[in-house]
Design a protein around this ligand. Structure first.
Ligand code: DP6
Length: 318
């Protein structure tokens, strides 16, 4: 009745932004992401009939604000008549600052809960459950470069390849939690941004372009479509009412740093999620130059680095 699982966050190159069905948390658009290697969340789930309520400890402290989503997720994995659970979570990177901590948390949670309850559910079933709680979490069940397809009734998730050694260098510019969560912000974009319909309409083509680039290992083609898609997503948040601006001045300086590297012929591009960190994607030989330039950008607090990693998996013993 007890299991521990680990999952890594994933970073979208073609973004999920918008919901087709808010109640079931079905995404309005497909997305394409990189599952990381060195950043992780570990979740231990222990079902216990003697417990009266679920409990959650996050990095050693009780975290009641996340508990309702955790409990819902446990119900979806193990059934509403399940025993209550003691859940402990450990995470080696800043939470809720746009580094996809909820993705790795819920991906690890569904695997740990499924193993602890011996449900025998397959990976796609668990990915759909994780996605129902947090859309991007579905992708962290899978390794490498991951495609999420948004159907009318359900999602499909699959690895496109684990065989292109892309590297991620994150410039952390601010470690505090974001003011507006991504779920709320995307609902606001759908309701108020004049650009939302165009975003949804163009997403399938962006995904095709990105998949072609991945298949051909064409880094500059992937760079062009990923930066364009990221800037479109942020255009939605800027043009929502009231607007949501996730960037700070250091985010902008980091964009200029990436532009300078590109001008020098370094294979790198940026992406930014619902927070002020800049994520630079590059080829392995470019990591030292990219990391050094971002680290030297005034205001950058620290650099994180990761290659591509595995999907969520049980840690044993645990
Ligand atoms: C900007 O998965 O956090 O990171 O489904 O409401 O939990 P909910 O949203 P969430 O949104 C992620 C948004 C993004 C882009 C992406 O990861 O594709």
């Amino acid at each position: 009745m007890r299991a521990t699982a680990q999952a890594q966050p994933n970073i979208a190159l073609i973004k999920y932004w918008g919901k087709r069905d808010a109640e079931r948390n079905l995404p309005a658009v497909g997305s394409l992401s990189l599952t990381l290697e060195t950043l992780w969340t570990r979740m231990t789930v222990e079902f216990d009939r003697d417990l009266e309520a679920d409990r959650l400890q996050l990095n050693g402290e009780s975290a009641n604000d996340m508990l309702p989503r955790i409990s819902r997720c446990l119900d979806l994995v193990a059934g509403a008549d399940r025993a209550r659970a003691a859940v402990t979570s450990e995470c080696n990177f800043p939470i809720a600052a746009g580094l996809a901590s909820s993705a790795s948390a819920f991906a690890a949670l569904v695997v740990a809960a499924s193993e602890a309850a011996a449900t025998g559910s397959d990976t796609l079933t668990l990915a759909r459950i994780a996605g129902a709680v947090s859309g991007s979490a579905a992708r962290s069940l899978y390794p490498g470069i991951v495609l999420l397809t948004a159907g009318d009734k359900e999602i499909r998730v699959e690895t496109v390849t684990s065989d292109w050694p892309l590297e991620l260098v994150v410039a952390v510019t601010d470690e505090s939690a974001k003011a507006v969560g991504s779920g709320a912000a995307m609902l606001r974009s759908a309701a108020t941004s004049p650009f939302y319909a165009a975003w949804v309409e163009q997403q399938a083509q962006d995904i095709v372009t990105a998949l072609d680039a991945v298949r051909e290992r064409n880094f500059s083609a992937l760079a062009a479509v990923a930066e364009h898609n990221c800037l479109k997503m942020h255009s939605l948040t800027w043009t929502s009412r009231p607007p949501v601006v996730y960037w700070n001045e250091v985010t902008m300086s980091c964009i200029q740093t990436v532009r300078k590297l590109q001008a020098d012929g370094v294979p790198v591009f940026f992406t930014i999620d619902a927070g002020p960190q800049l994520k630079a994607v590059c080829l392995p030989q470019a990591v030292p130059a990219v990391a050094a330039s971002l680290e030297a950008t005034p205001g950058v607090r620290r650099i994180l680095q990761s290659g591509l990693g595995a999907g969520a998996h049980r840690l044993s013993p645990g």
